[in-house]
Design a binder for this molecule. Structure first.
Ligand code: PLP
Length: 365
C-alpha cells in the first residue's frame, strides 16, 4: 500500500550509536531518547529501549507513553513525559511516566496526590526558562524557583530529580556555554541552600549536542534529550549534520495517479486555494505534471526532498501533491512510486497520518 514511510532501523541504529558516542564524551552524562517525532513508532521505541546507552525514553504525549511504558521499564529504563502535564491527566502521568517535566506547583501538588493514591514516588524535573520563552520558571525569578523547590522537598510522593531547560523549539534561542551555565549555577545554588544533590541537570534537546563537539558544554550538564539528532542526524542549532549520522533514515513514498502535459499557469480568475491562501504562479510554458496520491494531511510540502533531484514539488491540497517532472531523465508513468527524504515537519506529519503505512527496513528490529 502507498503512501508509505520506509523506516530504516539499521540507519537509525547508526545514528543512535553516533549520538551515544558524542554524549558519552561527557563523563557521567545520560541520554534521553525522544520518540514524539515518529509518533512513538514501536520499532524505534524497541531500538531505543534495547540500546545500552539509552537510560530514558521520552515523549510529549501520555497516549504514546501508554503504548510503551511496560516495554521500556522491562529493560530497566525510565519513561519520561516531556510536555508539562495537564491537571486532567495527572493520574495517568504517575502511572505511565517515571519522570515528568514541570513548572507549575499546582500540577506538582496533583501529581503528589495521585502518586500517593497509586502508592509510588514520582520524579520531577523542574523546568527553568533561560529565555526561549516556552516552558519553565523564568530563570531570573529565583524567589519562585526556591519556593517551588522548598515545597517539593516536603512532598512525600514527589522526588526532585533535577533541573532542565528547553531551548530553540519556540524562541529559536541557541544553547551556548553562557546560557547553559546559568542552569548549572542555579542547580549548585539549590543544592547548597537545601543540602540536597540533584541527579540531573538536563541541558536541552538536539540543539545542544553541537556544544560537546566544540568542548563548550558547561561542566555540570549531565543529560541531553535527543529526538531529531537521532531520527534525522540533524544538529538543530546550526542545521549541520551530526558526525557519524545519516539523514536518509526515513523515506516517504507515494504513487503517481496522473501524469500529463499541461500549462504551468492556471486558466481563469485566481481566488484562494483549499487552505485560504492566494497562490502565485510563474508562467514557464507547458510542463509535464504529475499528481501523487498523498496530500497535506500526510505530508509537509516544504519538508520533503525528492530523491530524484530533477523533480520539483509545485504544490498540493489535502490529498494531492503536484510535481513538475519536465526536467526528469527518468520516464515516469502512472503507477510509478516517487520517494522523498524528510525534514522534522515532514516526518511528524507522515508518522502521525493513519493513511501512511509504516514499513521497516534493516535488521536492527
Ligand atoms: C521535543 C522535545 C525534545 C526533543 O527535541 P529534539 O529537537 O527533537 O531533539 C526535548 N525536550 C523537550 C522538552 C521537548 O519537547
Amino acid at each position: 500500500m502507498y503512501p508509505r514511510l520506509m523506516i530504516n532501523l539499521d540507519k537509525l541504529k547508526q545514528n543512535l550509536d553516533a549520538c551515544a558516542s558524542i554524549v558519552h564524551r561527557v563523563p557521567g552524562a545520560s541520554m534521553m531518547i525522544v520518540t514524539k517525532g515518529m509518533c512513538a513508532d514501536p520499532g524505534i521505541v524497541k531500538l531505543a529501549a534495547d540500546h545500552p546507552a539509552v537510560e530514558y525514553v521520552a515523549d510529549s504525549r501520555i497516549q504514546n507513553l501508554k503504548t510503551y511504558a511496560d516495554k521500556v521499564r522491562e529493560k530497566g529504563k525510565k519513561t519520561v513525559l516531556l510536555r508539562l502535564p495537564m491537571h486532567s491527566e495527572a493520574s495517568e502521568v504517575v502511572r505511565y511516566a517515571d519522570l515528568s517535566l514541570n513548572s507549575e506547583i499546582s500540577t506538582i501538588r496533583l501529581l503528589d496526590q495521585e502518586a500517593e493514591k497509586a502508592g509510588l514516588v514520582h520524579q520531577v524535573l523542574l523546568m527553568i526558562d533561560l529565555g526561549d520563552l516556552r516552558e519553565g520558571i523564568f530563570y531570573q525569578n529565583e524567589e519562585e524557583i526556591f519556593a517551588v523547590v522548598s515545597e517539593i522537598l516536603k512532598m512525600q510522593h514527589i522526588k526532585l530529580h533535577g533541573l532542565g531547560v528547553n531551548l530553540t523549539c519556540y524562541g529559536a534561542i541557541i544553547p551556548k556555554h553562557d546560557n547553559l551555565s546559568l542552569l548549572v549555577e542555579l542547580g549548585r545554588k539549590i543544592e547548597k541552600a537545601f543540602s540536597i544533590t540533584l541527579q540531573m541537570i538536563s541541558g536541552g534537546n538536539s540543539s545542544s549536542i553541537y556544544l560537546i563537539g566544540r568542548g563548550e558544554l558547561p561542566e555540570g550538564i549531565n543529560n541531553l534529550r535527543l529526538g531529531e539528532s537521532f531520527l534525522l542526524g540533524n544538529d538543530t542549532a546550526y542545521g549541520t549534520n551530526i558526525p557519524g549520522t545519516v539523514r536518509d533514515t526515513l523515506v516517504l513514498q507515494a504513487e503517481i495517479i496522473e501524469l500529463k502535459d499541461k500549462p504551468s499557469y492556471p486558466i481563469g480568475e485566481i481566488g484562494v486555494d483549499a487552505f485560504g491562501h492566494r497562490p502565485e504562479y510563474v508562467d514557464t510554458g507547458m510542463m509535464t505534471r504529475g499528481i501523487i496520491a498523498i496530500g497535506q494531511q500526510d505530508a509537509q510540502l516544504d519538508s520533503m526532498i525528492p530523491l530524484d533531484h530533477d523533480i520539483k514539488i509545485l504544490g498540493g491540497s489535502s490529498d494531492h501533491i503536484i510535481v513538475d517532472l519536465s526536467r526528469c531523465h527518468t520516464q515516469y508513468q502512472v503507477g510509478d512510486v516517487l520517494s522523498f527524504t524528510l525534514g522534522y515537519g515532514g516526518m511528524l506529519k507522515a508518522a502521525t497520518s493513519p493513511y501512511v503505512e509504516k514499513v521497516y527496513r534493516g535488521t536492527a528490529q
